[in-house]
Design a protein around this ligand. Structure first.
Ligand SMILES: Nc1nc2c(ncn2[C@@H]2O[C@H](COP(=O)(O)OP(=O)(O)OP(=O)(O)O)[C@@H](O)[C@H]2O)c(=O)[nH]1
Ligand SMILES: [Mg+2]
Ligand SMILES: [Zn+2]
Length: 271
């Protein structure tokens, strides 16, 4: 029942004689973003719709504190590809990266995604860097911020909308984790025609309703090789002879870490 109305839904409202609005109907959703979750640890997995009527996903990672988790980004990308939504990769807290070699490493990782076709934006809320570009990316669209707790999603919003002053809190110094400051999804009008949904950082991010056999298609960098394996679309891209995907990894056309990430995600499903 909790998925009946989610952030982003369009509804028809009736205003009663006390001027109280009442939802009488939810209009059909163009799309919805979901993750799988359980109501208690070890419990049955259920679908949690995070948001609906979304035009693009802004997947957010901090340059540091906490460090980016590229396998998690791969998960977000699969989720977005499965519902055919465009994704921006936004990096926050670039002011925390002081050493050149750390910046080089970040750029190296990001280049993998840029090569696949995912656009990247570097930002810093404290230095007000990248904020105007972010604003232009959001223009005229319904966007949703996705990312772990403490990576600076709400800070981005506060910087975009001075005066908003949503609550943010520091990352725990001992665990390096966020404190789950934002506790619910909320939609914010940025300007006429642009809205942004801030989300609570999720501890776990299970994929919902994705067939493990389809995972290869949702890795955009693997897609163009899929029909070329000896076993055609039946190939698992593991140890089959004549696997075009593995050949592309060996040839350096597909990033090995992305390939490992694909195998890992598939294994997560099967376990
Ligand atoms: N140095 C630096 N710190 C930042 C930046 N952006 C956010 N922070 C800090 O990071 C911490 C977490 O920021 P939040 O905006 O609360 O993170 P969040 O992603 O909204 O976290 P949840 O609501 O828990 O999901 C706060 O202490 C912020 O001040 C930045 O660009 N640079
Ligand atoms: Mg927040
Ligand atoms: Zn194959």
């Amino acid at each position: 029942m909790e998925n009946l109305i989610v952030v982003g839904d369009r509804v028809n409202v009736l205003v009663d004689q006390d001027n109280q609005p009442m939802i009488i109907e939810r209009l059909p959703r163009h799309n919805q973003l979901s993750r799988s979750t359980s109501s208690r640890p070890g419990g049955k997995l259920i679908e949690q719709v995070l948001a609906s009527n979304v035009d693009q996903v802004i997947s957010v990672f901090a340059a540091a504190n906490p460090e980016p988790k590229w396998n998690l980004l791969d998960r977000y990308l699969v989720m977005a590809e499965a519902v055919e939504l465009p994704v921006w990769i936004v990096i926050t807290k670039t002011d925390l990266v002081e050493k050149d070699h750390a910046m080089d490493e970040l750029h190296q990782q990001l280049a993998v995604y840029q090569k696949i076709g995912y656009p990247v934006l570097l930002t810093s809320s404290t230095q007000h860097k990248g904020i105007d570009v972010l604003r232009s990316i959001l223009k005229g669209k319904n966007s949703v911020l996705i990312g772990k707790s403490g990576i600076g999603k709400t800070s981005l919003l506060n910087t975009l909308m001075p005066g908003l002053d949503y609550r943010v809190s520091t990352v725990n110094e001992i665990t390096g984790k966020g404190r789950h400051t934002t506790s619910a999804m909320r939609l914010l009008p940025i300007d006429e025609g642009s809205t942004l949904i801030d989300s609570p950082g999720t501890r776990e991010f299970g994929l919902w309703d994705i067939d493990p056999d389809d995972l290869d298609r949702y890795f955009k960098d693997m897609r163009s090789y899929l029909g070329n394996c000896n076993f055609k679309l039946d190939c698992r891209h593991e140890d089959e002879p004549g696997c075009a995907v593995r050949q592309a990894v060996v040839a350096g056309e597909i990033d090995p870490r992305r390939y490992q990430s694909y195998l890992r995600l598939k294994e997560d499903y099967l376990s």
